[in-house]
Design a protein around this ligand. Structure first.
Ligand code: COA
Length: 395
């Protein structure tokens, strides 16, 4: 059987960054709640001329420059912060990247799980036509109401990856565990620019979904916990990954370490909880991109992954989840520039709390004609709206 999986991947984020200790102090919250209680130190915030399209295109650009576009016939754009009810955000990306017209483009949605649905659909397309490659873009702008419990778990980011036969980075294995339950833990109604969330319900729903997906993985011949070397989780905030690891430990009896913070004493086998959370700790929640940002982080900071099996738990509120596994390919390090994503995070421009609050409350996602101020340092920008349609340009 042909090996299929992730051939290469890249991350992007927004122009601004908010320091969570400053956010805590501004509202009289102890900074430890955000930094240790949630495991978050910063969150990315978009400039007015950025959105999911500009971030997604920024992530895909270096990926395609490195790998070319040969065999590319599908672009799957996964997001839960869509900018239009009808047109796929990926169509604008196709234009910004100068891609040819003979590429099918579609948007996929199921909260933070959408990227994994796109990955599995891409694997299916490549299984049928192994000469084809699929570009998957996960891109989201996580927005909760100001002064709500979700506020410190906002963020923004994108990860783009190429799915191909004989992948250079991660071969996806056939068995996976799936779980879907209808639950009102988190959603964004059509007339709202922020999510409606019952945070504590969502934590419980996530953990129950993990149990169910894990049991389904076992029922479908998946590996035991002892046969999984590293484990990645969807990280709405990095402490959630620790809670998930604790749950997996309980249900499997596996002696896997739940140490999350740098310097924490391991209480079992290290499965990469700390190394896979370094970027998300600084990005904040990037919804569909979150678990793939965890993958980028692991690949960038763990030099010993060749031949190792990685477990990936993807969760999207509502809720749909999947536990899948993949094997890291020999030579994967040749694809990685471990400083690229770190440099992107370092290069963000800090904003103080009043500025962040005014960015948050500025009109968002309206279709009224407008010209956006030129702020972003990224390669693409959202230029404004004319004739009720969003306009993008290369910087
Ligand atoms: N120092 C260290 N830790 C502290 C602290 C302090 N000063 N003060 C509080 N904490 C800890 C709490 O003990 C708690 O830890 P625990 O989860 O291990 O019990 C953690 O900080 C969070 O505190 P909590 O009171 O539960 O926070 P909250 O009620 O304000 O909300 C969320 C937390 C996650 C529910 C909220 O941020 C949210 O709704 N987020 C959006 C939804 C989401 O991300 N869901 C995840 C699943 S998809």
């Amino acid at each position: 059987m042909t090996a299929i999986g992730i051939h290469d991947l890249e991350m992007a984020t927004g122009h601004h960054v908010v320091d969570l200790a400053e956010l805590a102090e501004s509202t009289g919250v102890a900074p430890g709640k955000y930094i240790l209680g949630l495991g978050q130190s910063q969150m990315s915030v978009l400039a007015p001329d950025e959105d999911i399209v500009t971030m997604g295109a920024a992530a895909a650009k270096p990926l395609l420059e490195r790998n070319g576009t040969e065999g590319l016939r599908t672009l799957l754009f996964a997001t839960e912060s869509g900018v239009d009810q009808s047109k796929a955000a990926g169509v604008a990306v196709l234009d910004l990247l100068g891609l040819p017209s003979n590429i099918r483009v579609v948007e996929m949605k199921q909260a933070c799980y959408g990227g994994t649905a796109a990955l599995q659909a891409a694997v299916g397309i490549v299984a049928r036509s192994p000469q084809e490659r699929v570009l998957v873009i996960t891109s989201d702008n996580a927005r909760y109401e100001l002064d709500s419990p979700g506020e410190p778990t906002q963020g923004a980011g994108a990860v783009a990856f190429l799915v191909s036969a004989d992948p250079a980075v991660l071969e996806i294995e056939p068995a996976s565990g799936i779980s879907t339950t209808d639950v009102d833990d988190f959603w964004r109604p059509n007339d709202s620019t922020t999510a409606v969330v019952d945070g504590h319900l969502s934590v419980g729903a996530y953990l129950d979904a993990l149990t169910d997906a894990w049991n389904d993985l076992q029922a479908h011949g998946g590996p035991s916990v002892e046969d999984i070397d590293r484990i990645l989780y969807h990280q709405p905030y990095t402490k959630m990954a620790k809670k998930a690891q604790q749950r997996l430990r309980e249900i499997t009896g596996g002696q896997i370490s739940t140490a999350l913070n740098p310097g924490d004493e391991p209480d079992g086998r290290d499965t990469g909880l700390e190394t896979s959370s370094r970027y998300n700790r600084r990005l904040g929640n990037s919804y569909t991109a979150s678990v793939y940002s965890a993958l980028v982080s692991l690949l960038d900071y763990d030099p010993g992954l060749e031949g190792r099996r990685i477990g990936i738990f993807s969760y999207g509120s509502g809720c749909v989840s999947e536990f899948l596994t993949g094997i890291v390919k020999p030579g994967y390090l040749e694809r990685r520039n471990p400083h690229r994503s770190e440099n992107l995070l370092d290069a963000r421009e800090p904003v103080d709390i009043p500025t962040y609050r005014s960015l948050h409350t500025a009109p968002h996602g309206t279709s009224e004609d407008q010209v956006t101020p030129r702020v972003t340092s990224g390669p693409f920008r959202f230029a404004g709206v004319t004739g009720r349609a969003r306009r993008y340009e290369t910087c």
